[in-house]
Every structure is written in structure tokens, then in C-alpha cells.
Design a protein around this ligand. Structure first.
Ligand SMILES: *Cc1c(COP(=O)(O)O)cnc(C)c1O
Length: 415
């Protein structure tokens, strides 16, 4: 898979190459490939064989308007965590019934914001359910359930189980029913999200089974949302295997069929993938500006600070890196440990520590793979750095600018 998508640069970058793209659009630069994005959307629509199943893209992973339009064209619906995400989704052409608002700890105004647009909201605590009851009694709502099972690549992204802030626990469900009754709220949806970047299906399946077991408590139920978190192999260059979607499909389909045979209820099933949809269609390009040796360490100093890509310092996450020079990728059979750092004034500003890489020089192009998810979305202006531009390689191989680079005027705009 990675042979065609990443290593043969011509395929990923269409009719351009990384150096040309930087010359034309500037460095650093996020580059997305439309064909890979569409393929990943199609993967996610096929994880359950059931006529009323829809994948709902969790847009916090990447909310570029142009990518959202493609995702909508592919037939996914969308999850929003904030009013700002709802605004962007509306602009991308999603209809209210295609948007599911799954916030936590929001104000009455934010709940009204979704309700005025006929967007279904999931409440994730008894207090928030009560708030909804007070401001909009009698409305249709969903609740987020904490199934007591978590999963994920880092404790910061495990979003269920006892040690997280999310959801209403099993022990509180009875009370949730009482709150709903008191305000005439109809609980038409239940959802969960156990965490991010799982590569084995078991925790997801166990949590799905748990959620299905709760269905009988809710006579008005129309929808069951099993959550997201589907992982992608971040270490492709060393042969990491993909999440086995066929296996996941077989097991999920069996679970859902058994449920519908038993209950005969015609429910809508959803999942909430974020990363899986967008991570692999994106790479981050940067430029080496200085190489130095300090003690035992070789530092490659680049323009890829953690203002551009925060995942390595937030989660210690690994991104595969390739180096492009003079029209080709450098051979990485002969390597030395190199610490790739950015241009931010903090010693933690490290993209990859002691990474086996070929001999680097100033002006080499650094290609950081699988950065389409939580890359640009988590970028910032720290150190008054400008957020980079984003470019999409269209199906015909042409690069188009889908978000301009920030300017110094942008930095001054709010004063
Ligand atoms: C972030 C999030 C997702 C998506 O998670 P991924 O790991 O990107 O798939 C899904 N649902 C909820 C509620 C989330 O907060």
C-alpha cells in the first residue's frame, strides 16, 4: 500500500513533486491527495453491512472546507463538537439531519445554537441533560454513554472508562431517564466514543455490544452511534499492518444482525471516524535550514515547529519521515540517528528524536507522512508563526490551493 501511495512520490503528489510544490506554494505546506481521501471515505462506509448504517465524519480531525465537500460527496454525514464546526459544516453543504452535535460542557447558548438549526445534540452528563430540559423541554435528544471500556494510543485520547471526563456512566442511566421524563425530553439517540487510534477491533466490539445492551432502556430510540477511533498504521515504512477492516466488518455485522434478529427494531446505526478518513491523505512538507552536531546528537533544524504539527509533543506520536533532494527520495538504507527539530523557542520542539535518517543537508525537503488528521487542525500561531497553506492534489494530478498561508496582516487583525 505505501509503495504506491507514499514512496513513489509521483503518485501521491500527482504531476508535481515535493520540491516544486514548496517552490510554488511556500514552506511549510500541508498537501492532501483527493484519491486517497475518497478511498478512505469508502472504506468507512463499508465497515457494517446493514442498510441503515452511515459513517459520520468527526470533523475535528481536519475541517478544511474543501475536504469536507469531498467527504460529503462520498456520502458521509458529520459530527460536530462545537458551534464553529457546525458553521463550517453548513458552509460545506451538510444538511441539519446530516449533522450530529456531540459536545461536552457547553453553555445554554451553544445548545440553542444547534437546536435552532434542527440539529440533534448528544448530552454527555446529567447536568447537561438537565440544562437541555430547562431551556428546551420536550425536545429530541441523544445521550453519550460511557461504556466503561476505553482504548487508544495515548492516555490523553482514551475517551471512555473511569478515568475520563466523557459520557454518562451505566450507573447513572436510570437517573438520566428520570431527568428526561421530568422535562419531557425524548431520548432518540445513544452514542459512545471509546478513544482514538485502536488497531485491534476487540475493545470497539465489546463497547458496541455494551451499547446494544442498553437499547431496551430507551423506548423512543432511533439511532445508535458506536463511535470512532479507527486507527491507521503510523509506522508504514517499517511494515506496520493496517487495521483489518474485513475482520471488523464481519464481526460488527454479525453483532448488529444478531441484535436486529432479537429485537426487530429498525434503528439507524452510525460510526464516528475522524483520523481514519483524513490521516493518510495528508503529508506535511518542510525545509531543512541547518544541520548541527551537539555532543552525541545530530540536529536537523527545520521550519516544522510544533505550531505546525503538535502531535509529536502532545502525544509522543510517531510520524514516518522521508527526505527529498534533487528530484528523488534519499535512499534510507544507510542512516544515522537524527533529531528533527523545528524553529520554536522551546527545547521540546522535536518532531522526531534520534530517528534513523540519511545524511541531511540544508535545503533538503522533509516529508512527514500521515499528517492529514490533527495536523493543521491543531496548528497555532505560537511564536507569532504563520499557519501554513494547504494544497489538494486533484484526481487529475493537478495541485490546487485550498487554504492560503497566513500573512503578517492576519497576525495583527484582532487588535
Ligand atoms: C475525536 C472524536 C471522534 C473521532 O476520533 P478519531 O480517533 O479521529 O477517529 C469521534 N467521536 C468523538 C465524540 C470524538 O470526540
Amino acid at each position: 500500500m505505501h509503495e504506491s501511495e507514499y514512496i513513489a512520490g509521483q503518485t501521491f503528489f500527482g504531476r508535481s513533486d515535493p520540491a516544486e510544490l514548496l517552490a510554488r506554494f511556500g514552506s511549510p505546506l500541508y498537501v492532501y491527495n483527493e484519491s486517497i481521501l475518497r478511498r478512505r471515505c469508502q472504506d468507512m462506509l463499508r465497515i457494517i453491512d446493514y442498510p441503515r448504517f452511515v459513517a459520520s465524519y468527526s470533523i475535528k480531525a481536519n475541517s478544511n472546507l474543501h475536504l469536507l465537500k469531498i467527504i460529503r460527496e462520498e456520502g458521509l454525514s458529520a459530527d460536530a463538537m462545537s458551534p464553529g464546526e457546525i458553521v463550517v459544516l453548513e458552509q460545506a453543504g451538510f444538511r441539519p439531519e446530516q449533522i450530529f452535535f456531540v459536545p461536552n460542557n457547553v453553555s445554554a447558548d451553544e445548545l440553542r445554537f444547534a437546536a435552532e438549526r434542527q440539529i440533534l445534540t448528544s448530552l454527555d452528563s446529567l447536568d447537561q441533560l438537565e440544562l437541555m430540559g430547562k431551556i428546551l423541554p420536550g425536545s429530541r435528544v441523544a445521550i453519550r454513554i460511557n461504556p466503561g471500556i476505553g482504548a487508544g494510543h495515548h492516555e490523553k485520547v482514551v475517551t471512555a472508562g473511569e478515568r475520563t471526563k466523557f459520557g454518562i456512566s451505566g450507573a447513572q442511566l436510570f437517573q438520566a431517564g428520570r431527568v428526561a421524563e421530568r422535562y419531557g425530553l425524548r431520548i432518540v439517540g445513544i452514542n459512545q466514543h471509546i478513544g482514538s487510534l485502536f488497531m485491534e477491533p476487540e475493545p470497539y466490539l465489546r463497547a458496541a455490544a455494551y451499547l446494544l445492551d442498553q437499547v431496551e432502556r430507551f423506548p423512543d430510540l432511533e439511532l445508535v452511534d458506536l463511535g470512532g477511533g479507527f486507527g491507521i498504521p503510523h509506522r508504514k515504512l517499517s511494515g506496520e499492518q493496517r487495521l483489518d477492516l474485513r475482520d471488523l466488518n464481519k464481526k460488527l455485522t454479525r453483532l448488529i444482525r444478531a441484535f436486529t434478529d432479537r429485537h426487530g427494531r429498525d434503528l439507524l446505526f452510525k460510526s464516528e471516524p475522524g483520523r481514519y478518513v483524513v490521516a493518510e491523505c495528508g503529508v506535511l512538507l518542510g525545509t531543512v535550514h541547518a544541520v548541527k552536531e551537539t555532543g552525541q546528537t545530530i540536529y536537523a533544524g527545520t521550519d516544522l515547529g510544533f505550531n505546525v504539527l503538535a502531535r509529536p509533543i502532545l502525544y509522543d506520536s510517531w510520524h514516518d519521515i522521508r527526505i527529498y533532494r534533487d528530484g528523488r527520495y534519499l535512499d534510507d538504507s544507510e542512516t544515522k540517528p537524527v533529531t528533527v527539530v523545528g524553529n520554536i523557542c522551546e527545547s521540546g520542539d522535536i518532531i522526531a528524536a534520534d530517528r534513523p535518517l540519511p545524511d541531511l543537508e540544508a535545503n533538503d525537503v522533509v516529508v512527514v507522512l500521515d499528517t492529514g488528521a490533527y495536523g493543521y487542525a491543531m496548528s497555532s500561531n505560537y511564536n507569532n508563526r504563520l499557519r501554513p497553506a494547504e494544497v489538494l492534489i486533484r484526481l487529475d494530478g493537478e495541485p490546487v490551493l485550498i487554504r492560503r498561508r497566513e500573512t503578517y496582516e492576519d497576525l495583527l487583525r484582532y487588535f
